[in-house]
Write a protein that binds this ligand. Structure first.
Ligand code: ARG
Length: 476
């Protein structure tokens, strides 16, 4: 957070005496106080320090190779930059808001350390291509860190899915009991979502991995630079093809945020299910004390706060995406200072998503599954009615629409008698359709129902076990 003025600033802001050190040549006095405040990004972009220094080292090595800077000066600059990095990492660096951003903070310290040669580092470069380079490198790392978290989340899901491949629970549509499924199968649905999320981050990373460095302010440079060399040194696949695009594109950040937002939507659905499953009325799952919070007034409570917060924090992820889209829309080419607002959105989203993924994996690992409670819940709501209708199609030869109708009448009968479908006397069912035979009971049980769902991607425990193995091979 930038520092807040204690009292509201007057409209005519005080001016600092000295002209700015970067562009001071053309300016008689320095920036006003509020301009400085709104302009400074150092509190946010200091996180780019390592990427900024890596970019500068690659740049100066190229300048030396191309004989734009002498070998001796290049060495001094590279050595100085490494010292700056060491100072930052040791916590000895003083970040200065009056130096606006990370680029100027590093460069000013470099000048203090090595003197004059520091001024040569910025040859054939601008902060515009510099920040785009730093930020791409950062997003690339973040995509990798999130991929590792997603993998860990999948690992947790797969462990529980394997352990509960045959645990019958009610599958829902409209949150109404629909057909029995297994808990393992249900968890595997999230493994698939996480797999697509990983694909989206990998995709975003791949398109982000081009180098803007050397685009300079917007038009390229007249110095004989080698953009392919710096691109390679920084692990980029190639230099970006158009200098205007290189400094004004933030698609890579938007794609990262879009992937984060979709992932957040997935996590919020799981979180909501954990909230439902842990409610005593369901009792499908229990979270240990480590993942439950109590109430100061109601001693019986075990609240799933972490799940609720994962559910809620998806809002930050959506907000970050829409926030940056709003910043970018309508910006004329090339760079505008608006774009400085990009980093806070992305940093917050990356931090939020990493935390939410860790919480989701932690809760999945932690949860104790109450298979009996799931089974009891599955016995409610005539959940095998579809199996009965399918049986009428298969064994009696009814068209499905007619079978649906007959089954509906049988469900109504069970409702009237207050019993489950498999508790109805055969004679009663026969009154509705005399072709129904004893064999029907074989499909009315929960276990038979799930075991019969062997179609590819279906919920049969045998399928689930195979799917867990396949997903382990594919993702872990
Ligand atoms: N701090 C700036 C940002 O994050 C760096 C680029 C500044 N470029 C400029 N032309 N003022 O966008």
């Amino acid at each position: 957070m930038p520092p807040r003025a204690k009292s509201p600033p007057s409209a005519t802001t005080r001016r600092t005496a000295a002209a700015n050190r970067l562009w001071g040549g053309r300016f008689a006095v320095g920036s006003g106080k509020i301009l400085k405040q709104i302009n400074a990004s150092i509190d946010v972009d200091r996180r780019l320090y390592a990427h900024d220094i890596a970019g500068s080292i690659a740049h100066v090595e190229m300048l030396v190779r191309r004989k734009i800077v002498s070998a001796a000066e290049g060495r001094a600059i590279a050595r100085g930059l490494k010292r700056v990095r060491a100072e930052i990492e040791a916590g000895k660096f003083v970040f200065r808001r009056d130096l606006e951003d990370i680029h100027m903070n590093v460069e000013a310290r470099l000048a203090a350390l090595i003197g004059k040669p520091a001024g040569r580092l910025h040859t054939a470069r601008s902060r515009n291509d510099q920040v785009a380079t730093d930020f791409r490198l950062w997003v690339r790392d973040a995509a990798e860190a999130i991929d590792a978290r997603l993998r860990e989340f999948q690992r947790a899901l797969l462990d529980q899915a394997g352990a509960h491949a045959a645990a019958v629970m009610p599958g829902f549509t409209h949150l109404q009991p629909a057909q029995p499924v297994t808990f393992g199968h249900h968890l595997l649905a999230y493994v698939e979502m996480a797999g697509r999320d990983r694909g989206r981050f990998a995709d975003a990373r791949r398109r982000a991995n081009e180098s803007p460095l050397g685009a300079a302010a917007l038009a390229g440079t007249s110095f004989p630079i080698d953009r392919a060399m710096t691109a390679k040194a920084l692990g980029f696949d190639r230099p970006m093809a158009n200098s205007l695009d290189a400094v004004s594109d933030r698609d890579f950040a938007l794609e990262f945020l879009a992937a984060a937002a979709i992932c957040g939507a997935h996590l919020s659905r799981l979180a909501e299910e954990i909230v439902i499953w842990t409610a005593p009325q369901f009792g499908f799952v229990r979270l240990s004390d480590a993942w439950s919070t109590g109430s100061s007034i109601m001693p019986q409570k075990r609240n799933p706060d972490a799940a609720e917060l994962v559910r809620a924090k998806s809002g930050r992820l959506f907000g970050a995406l829409i926030g940056l889209l709003t910043v970018m829309k309508g910006l004329p080419l090339a760079y505008s200072k608006d774009m400085q607002e990009d980093k806070a959105r992305v940093f917050e989203a990356a931090d939020t998503l990493e935390l939410c993924l860790a919480a989701a994996a932690g809760m999945i690992d932690d949860m104790t599954v109450d298979a009996d409670a799931m089974r009891r819940a599955a016995a409610i709501g005539y959940i095998t009615a579809t199996d009965l209708a399918d049986w009428l199609v298969r064994k009696v030869g009814l068209p499905f629409r007619e079978a649906h109708h007959v089954t509906g009448r049988i469900v109504r009968l069970a409702e009237q008698r207050g019993c489950a479908l498999d508790e109805l006397p055969l004679a009663e069912m026969r009154k509705i359709d005399p072709r129904i035979a004893r064999g029907v009971f074989a499909v009315l049980s929960l276990d038979k129902s799930v075991a019969s769902r062997t179609s590819f991607g279906g919920t049969a425990p045998a399928n689930v076990r195979r799917a867990v193995k396949a997903a382990r091979r594919r993702y872990l």
